[in-house]
Ligand binder design. Structure first.
Ligand code: ATP
Length: 360
């Protein structure tokens, strides 16, 4: 079932929580709303659930206009950050709850609940009390309870944020696998970009109530459409420069970057301030300078992260560059205070205009 938003706006008093949202989530898609705290993700999810009514615009499930349809008629399964399971009921009864409310027969309840518990690998704990179980197990109960009713749509709001880092990674893979198996259209809210990249078919990056970009994890990471997205997804080194001449014949721009002058192809005629956005894994550190795009700097931070090392290099222009270096041998290590050069690899950088809005 497609989920469609048409000019959806929600106000709280005078502040706009969600501002003229337009997009469609495809049937069977794992779709994530990603953005910093307060960007409107939860508000949008609550509009889909029917907990909030938008002030303007329309919400569609398939071709059906949902604006006036109450929550209990939307056929939605939900999983939230705080598991919201009933501590006084057994695991089985928690999962059976929605089926009982729908007056499903006892033998069918038994069958469906056990199938759901098997999916989340909790069948052996059916008679336990959830209060004796770990956070991860409780979240599995919540997941089983959400899918057992065979909803047309699954909504999840930060379902993993109460779990420790290792369990989060395991659970997100499990959620993804379950969703693929059941093919339920799923809308997932998180502020954790790594989580969003790991689980989603597509991601909507939100900021201040608006959608900044919608795309696959790869698209969003490799081709951010504006500076806000580049800044929020992954880490970017932003380098300010000025285009002082553009040759329309060749498409070559003359660019001043600190004391360096260079020529690069730009997609359109533009003169003025620009930003290069360069991922830490794209930057290179060299010990000897071979060409002018290698800025002199000093190693200020060395952070050992196992498979990679993160360096903070302070350039002569006083900019701190974050550089990731895959570790191949221990001999690779640079030391603090060491003098090096940062190779900007500008031909592989993304270029935004002075407002950070447009890719050039
Ligand atoms: P978080 O990750 O912190 O939950 P979010 O992206 O989900 O953030 P929302 O909870 O949707 O953001 O909030 C969007 C904006 O609307 C925020 O500025 C928030 O303060 C405001 N807001 C949300 N709910 C209400 C409410 N019930 N009353 C008043 N303002 C609200």
């Amino acid at each position: 079932m497609n989920i469609g938003f048409e000019q959806v706006t929600k106000l709280f008093g005078h502040s706009v929580a969600v501002n003229q949202i337009n997009f469609t989530i495809q049937d069977g898609e794992f779709f994530t709303l990603l953005g910093p705290s307060g960007c409107g993700k939860t508000t949008l999810l609550r509009i889909i659930a029917g907990f909030y009514r938008q002030d303007q615009g329309n919400l569609y499930f398939g071709s059906r206009l949902m604006n006036e349809v109450p929550t209990h008629q939307r056929n939605i399964g939900m999983v939230f950050q705080n598991y919201a399971i009933f501590p006084h009921m057994s695991v089985f009864d928690n999962v059976a709850y929605g089926l009982k409310a729908r007056k499903v027969s006892k033998p069918l309840i038994e069958k469906k609940v056990m199938e759901a518990l098997e999916m989340v690998e909790l069948q052996h704990l059916r008679d336990r009390s959830p209060s004796e179980m770990s956070g991860g197990q409780q979240q599995r109960i919540a997941l089983a309870r959400a899918v057992v009713i065979e909803p047309g749509l699954l909504l999840m709001d930060e379902p993993l944020s109460n779990l420790d880092a290792k369990l989060r990674i395991k659970m997100r893979a499990d959620i993804r696998a379950l969703q693929k198996k059941l093919k339920i259209t799923t809308i997932y809210v998180t502020h954790d970009q790594e989580e969003a990249l790991a689980v989603s078919d597509r991601i909507a990056v939100m900021s201040a109530g608006t959608v900044q970009q919608i795309g696959s994890p790869q698209d969003i990471y490799l081709y951010p459409e504006n500076r806000t997205v580049a800044h929020f997804i992954g880490t970017s080194n932003f380098v300010e420069a000025v285009v002082n001449k553009y040759d329309a014949m060749t498409g070559l721009a003359t660019i001043l970057l600190g004391t360096i002058t260079l020529k690069l192809k730009l997609k359109r005629n533009y003169v003025g301030k620009i930003w290069f956005s360069i991922r830490p894994e794209r930057l290179m550190i060299v010990k000897e300078r071979q060409h002018p795009q290698q800025l002199p700097g000093v190693v200020e931070q060395v952070t050992f992260l196992g498979g990679k090392i993160q360096y903070g290099i302070r350039s002569e222009g006083n900019q701190l560059f974050e550089v990731d270096h895959q570790l191949s041998e221990a001999g690779d290590l640079l030391e603090q205070e060491q003098h090096v050069y940062v190779d900007l690899q500008l031909d592989r950088a993304i270029v935004f205009d002075g407002l950070g809005q447009e890719v050039l």
